[in-house]
Design a binder for this molecule. Sequence first.
Ligand code: MG
Length: 159
Amino acid sequence: MIHVGIGYDVHELVVGRKLILGGVEIPHTKGLDGHSDADALAHAITDAVLGALGEADIGHFFPNTDPRWKGAPSRVFLEEAARQVRLRGGRLVNVDASVIAEAPKIAPHLAAMKAQLASALGLDPRKVGLKATTNERLGFIGRQEGIAAMAVASVDLPE
Ligand code: MG
């Protein structure tokens, strides 16, 4: 039985942080702020996978009050979501995600991000859809105050 899930995340762009998206460090003047490495793309995909399982969100599994997750690479969250699928005898079918960022240019990094995400999820990279778009200079994303990501995931679960 195919189940789908949706995920969305946003983090603030601040000076003095590395910009990590999809497990890849992207050179930029600012980075995403957060308790972990603040990888909004990895977080959106994690929530999509957990959502397909009917589970609570990433904050339930990895509270941002827990010092264990301070500065944590978000790969850990993706790996745990994939493990939750296997625990239920399920199989992750595919994920698809979009990054919404005004700057820097994300496109040159998409292939590397896709490889990182696929490896963390135990998926063939061909089953990881990944796109980047700007917000047409509108709103907080357009003002380069933050970066957002949205994702869907499909999981095949036993009845
Ligand atoms: Mg997040």
